[in-house]
Design a protein around this ligand. Structure first.
Ligand SMILES: Cc1ncc(COP(=O)(O)O)c(C=O)c1O
Length: 405
């Protein structure tokens, strides 16, 4: 009897293919079986350095972990497949991703951005980009006025759709058409929906970015960011900066985020279903002034959601204005029992927060309110608990908010 040959384990190719659908790619893209042990789940490659047989001749594909690492490579391959991109590059946070893209612009460049971007993106644009000579113009209605805001120095248009926290949408194709006529790149922050619901590159964007910290990892235990794109030129510029700046995620975080990504389609569907139930209940409550949720027929840009989102899904995020001002918004967040009062979003557990006093407190009040971020606005991240329990929790908290004991 011959001993089994452990060196020759059949490892079917795991490369993503356009013939595979999202769930299959999520589970298999960037997930090779280990060619030596056959392990189905990749091991965590903690070594910071990799042996060379001669100067300049590493044993395998790796030299030093900042430049590349097996876990980061596999995560990047998986994410590229899910965003229908040729390339993806991972960074130590969503904010580091933004910073690296902005640093790829020459001094003197101009950027146009939607007004209601994530507070940290706004902070980077207004307080950091300026220091290396990049100016940013904000627009509350970018589809309408993008053409008039373009200058000879404009190099980038930054879109967040849906926006944080007002859930406004941008028609990516409409903006990209004008941008591309002027040779300008379009970046879309897709954090709020995840690639399961929206794939911006398919709607004309040049770069899609994520705070992986949110839906892609999905378990509130990793801080990470990613950018995905198709252009070899962008790959050369951004991978150079990824290594040169060094804001890269560690191997364990890449492994965790890759594990999270494998169930993205299941979580995104469930969170969308729950958010639709919660938004519908809030819309019917006499204690609520208005609900922002792109999955509702009443959303003022519902037609964009139908065009741009998978099956018109609204995602897991919504916000609403509660009667009674900031005090009522804060009381509501203290009264929920399943929803935890906390920043962040996109995890399996449901969260609530008051953006005017928390995530967006750094933006001056007049600018905040012009973008719809009033003091009575509550932002809700629906997790994957049972929808009926979430609805009951919200309705009881609203009653306690208006009729405190
Ligand atoms: C839409 C959006 N983009 C970017 C970021 C920044 O990501 P990170 O916290 O991973 O730096 C966040 C964080 O909340 C976000 O909500």
């Amino acid at each position: 009897m011959t001993a089994p040959d452990h060196d020759v384990i059949d490892t079917p190719p795991r490369a993503p293919s356009p013939v595979h659908k999202f769930g299959t790619l999520a589970v298999h893209a960037g997930s090779p079986h280990d060619p030596v042990t056959g392990a189905v789940i990749e091991s965590i490659s903690l070594s910071t350095t990799f042996a060379q047989t001669e100067v300049g001749k590493p044993v395998g594909a790796y030299e030093y972990t900042r430049s590349s690492n097996p876990n980061r490579d596999n995560f990047e391959k998986a994410l590229a497949a899910l965003e229908s991109a040729r390339y993806a590059l991972a960074f130590s946070s969503g904010s580091a991703t933004t910073a690296t893209i902005l640093q790829s612009l020459a001094s003197g460049s101009h950027v146009i951005s939607v007004s209601d971007v994530y507070g940290g993106t706004h902070r980077y644009f207004t307080k950091v980009a300026k220091a290396h000579g990049v100016s940013v113009t904000f627009s509350p209605s970018i589809e309408i006025d993008v053409a008039t805001l373009i200058k000879p120095a404009t190099k980038l248009i930054w879109i967040e759709t849906p926006s944080n926290p007002t859930l406004s949408l941008v028609d990516i194709r409409a903006v990209a058409r004008i941008a591309h006529d002027h040779g300008i790149l379009v970046v879309v922050d897709n954090t709020f929906l995840s690639p399961y619901i929206q794939q911006p590159l398919l709607h004309g964007a040049d770069i899609v970015v994520h705070s992986v910290t949110k839906y892609i990892n999905g378990h509130s235990d990793v801080l990470m960011g990613v950018a995905a794109f198709n252009s070899p030129d962008l790959h050369e510029r951004l991978s150079f900066l990824q290594n040169a700046i060094g804001a890269v995620p560690g191997a364990f975080d890449c492994w965790l985020a890759h594990r999270g990504l494998k169930t993205l389609h299941l979580r995104a569907r469930e969170a969308s279903k729950n958010a639709t139930m919660v938004a519908t209940a809030l819309e019917q409550s006499p204690h609520v002034i208005a609900v922002n949720y792109p999955g509702l027929a009443s959303h003022h840009q519902r037609s964009v959601a139908i065009k741009q989102h998978r099956s018109g899904l609204g995602g897991g995020m919504l916000s609403f204005r509660v009667r009674g001002g900031q005090a009522a918004a804060e009381r509501f967040c203290r009264e929920t029992r399943i929803f935890t009062l906390a920043e962040s979003l996109g995890g399996v557990e449901s969260l609530v927060e008051v953006p005017g006093a928390m995530t967006h407190a750094g933006i001056p009040k007049d600018q905040r309110e012009a973008a719809g971020v009033f003091d009575d606005l509550v932002r809700v991240s629906c997790g994957v608990e049972d929808g009926e329990d979430l609805v009951a929790d919200v309705l009881v908290a609203l009653e306690r908010t208006v009729n405190p004991k």
